[in-house]
Design a protein around this ligand. Structure first.
Ligand code: ADP
Length: 297
């Protein structure tokens, strides 16, 4: 396992920022760590990167315990903090040189990483001359310099414009082909765009841990239908794949299906077969965004 987290408790005073948090991540996965603001994402990431210690529980990265082998953990982990502390007056190369010195790395490695994160056109500039998207690339470059196996990215796309967002997402996906990546976000679309798996945290506790493929396949479909006449629920239950039927008002129903197939034509057929007319037929997909809201509310 690249990352093993067991029963983590983290207190700030009396407040439980993390309460019995456990998860494992095998190498090579890109995992989204999703939760509303204040859920405990940054706290967990700071523990994973040895910036702070937990009160209870154990964390290991590449088999190294974060409390007893913090140097080995630091070598295995690249960390992009939420408010990446870039020194704005430094040139890109100077900033990366500074980080390379800490790890005793060669100039060649700096050039390699500049190329990898697409910083070449901007490498001669001062950091304060760069757009937010390019500053984020500098942060990623610094996190990648010592070629860590695990990357921890705290809200890596916050504040980017749509173009920058797409570029950084692609870059993270590319990097994720050879590394284990845990990235935090409070936006479900981010997870959909980049991740193999999502771990959802709310109020310091893990509330879901799922593969994206499974989530996408099991999305619910709700169809709002208005018939011209009164219908009994028993009759509606004859519709194939129907999970539930809810009477909204008068002759209008919300029919829930667990299938990706568009069920509107089946409902139309059902109405005809039973001497009914459909006055209105509307499909509403229960999106991942809704799922996230349902879980965290
Ligand atoms: P997230 O990253 O999901 O927004 P955080 O891990 O930053 O959440 O915060 C989790 C909870 O812990 C919040 O209620 C926050 O106010 C609290 N918290 C975070 N850091 C500190 C700190 N250094 N001192 C006291 N409380 C903190």
């Amino acid at each position: 396992m690249s990352i093993e987290v067991q029963n983590i408790l983290k207190l700030y005073g009396k407040q439980k920022a993390l309460n019995k948090v456990s998860f494992t991540i095998p190498s090579g996965e890109i995992v989204g760590f999703l939760g509303p603001n204040g859920a405990g994402k940054s706290t967990m990431m700071k523990i994973l990167t040895t910036y702070i210690n937990q009160n209870e529980g154990t964390v290991s990265i590449n088999g190294f315990d974060t409390l007893t082998h913090d140097l080995e953990v630091k070598k295995s982990v690249g960390y992009l903090p939420e408010h990446n502390p870039l020194y704005l007056d430094l040139y890109v190369k100077e900033y990366l040189n500074f980080h390379a010195d800490i790890h005793k790395l060669s100039n060649n490695r700096i050039e390699e990483v500049i190329e990898l994160v697409g910083l070449s056109p901007e490498k001669g500039k001062k950091i304060n001359q760069l757009s937010k998207g390019y500053r984020q690339r500098v942060g990623l470059a610094a996190a990648l310099l010592h070629n860590p196996e695990v990357l921890i990215l705290d809200e890596p796309t916050t504040g980017l414009d749509p173009n920058q967002l797409a570029e950084i997402r692609n870059l993270i996906k590319e990097i994720g082909k050879t590394k284990t990546v845990l990235l935090s976000t409070h936006i479900m679309q981010e997870v959909e765009a980049m991740c193999d798996r999502v771990i959802i945290i709310n109020k310091g506790e893990i509330v879901a841990d799922k593969n994206l493929k499974d989530l996408l396949e099991n999305q619910e479909q709700i169809i709002e239908v208005e018939f011209d006449l009164r219908v009994e629920e028993q009759l509606l239950n004859k519709i194939l794949n129907l999970k539930s039927a809810k009477n909204i008002f008068d002759n209008t129903w919300h029919l829930t299906f667990e299938t990706k197939e568009d069920m509107r034509s089946k409902i139309f057929d059902f109405a005809q077969e039973n001497g009914l007319k459909t006055l209105q037929l509307q499909q509403k997909i229960n999106s991942l965004e809704n799922l996230f809201q349902n879980i965290t509310n």
